[in-house]
Design a protein around this ligand. Structure first.
Ligand code: SF4
Length: 359
């Protein structure tokens, strides 16, 4: 542990003063409602604040409390999440809301052990909700806090969770007992806006007097940059089949990647397979009947966290009838498509069809 140089009291008062004067206005700021804070924290995992704001606002009109979320059909919940990615988070929120209604009288538990039993609630979310909603002094460590604290404490190496124990050991006695929520939010916000991964804005940083990396000129080498694997590129084909004004869609199996979402039937192209051959094979497997009269419609690209997909959509006919034993298949009008949750790649194809922006 290399925290000899850091100054805990100065560190705390600097953060709180900065937060009072410079915090961002956000829709979930100012509320003490643990449900709202919990939803915002789950949405903010892996997603930027700017991207989350419209989702959060829409979510709160649809599901203003745990009871309304617990009652909502999964399809509606996933639709409200569409585009945020990591759909397991939305599914966990809904399951947790049911537990809150059934076991805790509709109120988010105010106890670390109890709240940590809810699906999708790890130590970070538990600490964030308990400190902000209930003024309990649990420090948080997210990716931004980890980077900031590694610099403050001059902890060398990559920014990985193995450093969190040392960071928490420093933060536990330092967190403000009167305003733990403000302290945690200050840490997260300074980490995100000031102590950026590259070119941190040290002259504006309230943690500077306590920062060992700043003092030693190590801001650019702590943490050590991680080698990012190049995302895998996948090519997939999908069939846009329309009959009597209705489109054939298929529910992705659960559990599994993007499970519970809907899509146009199709799948990955194999090496050396033509796109049309891949389409016919996939449709035979997924729908029980191959396609014919395939006509190229559109190509869209979408980047997921670990892979990128080039999605080729073909308008085509079905050779025969769909086999219902192959999974959940539905014929849906173009207007009806907007009520189903789709992965982002399929959603882009629907937008292109609606806009008439196709080949
Ligand atoms: Fe990060 Fe610079 Fe602040 Fe240190 S002084 S915490 S390196 S922004």
């Amino acid at each position: 542990m290399t925290n000899k140089g850091s100054r805990p009291i100065e560190f705390r008062s600097g953060l709180l003063g900065w937060y009072r004067a410079r915090r961002r206005k956000l829709p979930w700021r100012g509320t003490k409602d643990p449900y709202k804070l919990w939803v915002s924290e789950i949405m903010l995992q892996q997603t930027t604040v700017q991207a989350v704001i419209p989702y959060y606002e829409r979510w709160m009109t649809l599901f203003p409390d745990a009871a309304s979320l617990a009652r909502a059909p999964l399809r509606k919940v996933l639709k409200a999440w569409q585009g945020l990615g990591y759909y397991r988070r939305a599914q966990n929120l809904r399951v947790a809301a049911k537990i809150i209604v059934n076991n805790y009288g509709g109120r988010v538990p105010a106890d670390f052990e109890e709240i940590s039993k809810l699906p999708g609630v790890g130590p970070y979310t538990a600490a964030a909700v308990l400190s902000i909603a209930f003024d309990k002094p649990y420090p948080v460590v997210d990716a931004n806090v980890r980077r900031l604290m590694m610099r403050v404490l001059a902890i060398r190496g990559e920014a990985v969770p193995k450093h969190d124990a040392a960071i928490l050991e420093f933060l536990k006695p330092v967190i403000s007992k009167r305003s733990p929520g403000a302290f945690n939010q200050a840490l997260m916000e300074v980490g995100g806006r000031i102590c950026k991964p590259r070119n941190p804005l040290c002259p504006r940083c309230p943690a500077r007097p306590a920062c060992s990396a700043y003092r030693e000129g190590l801001q650019e080498v702590i943490p050590r940059p991680r080698k990012m694997a190049r995302p895998k590129r996948i090519e997939a084909v999908v069939a846009v089949i329309e009959r009597d004004g209705r489109f054939l869609i298929r529910k992705r199996p659960e559990p599994g990647l993007l499970g519970g979402l809907w899509e146009f039937p199709g799948g990955k192209r194999k090496p050396r397979e033509s796109r049309v051959a891949a389409l016919r094979r996939e449709l035979r497997e997924e729908v029980g009947a191959p396609t014919r009269d395939e006509k190229f419609l559109a190509k869209v690209r979408h980047a997921y966290t670990t892979f990128e997909v080039d999605l080729y959509a073909y308008r085509c006919r079905l050779e025969g009838e769909p086999d219902p034993s192959r999974g959940r298949l539905k014929w849906v009008t173009s207007k009806g498509l907007r009520y189903y949750p789709f992965p982002s790649g399929s959603a882009k194809i629907i937008r292109r069809i609606e806009e008439g922006n196709v080949a």
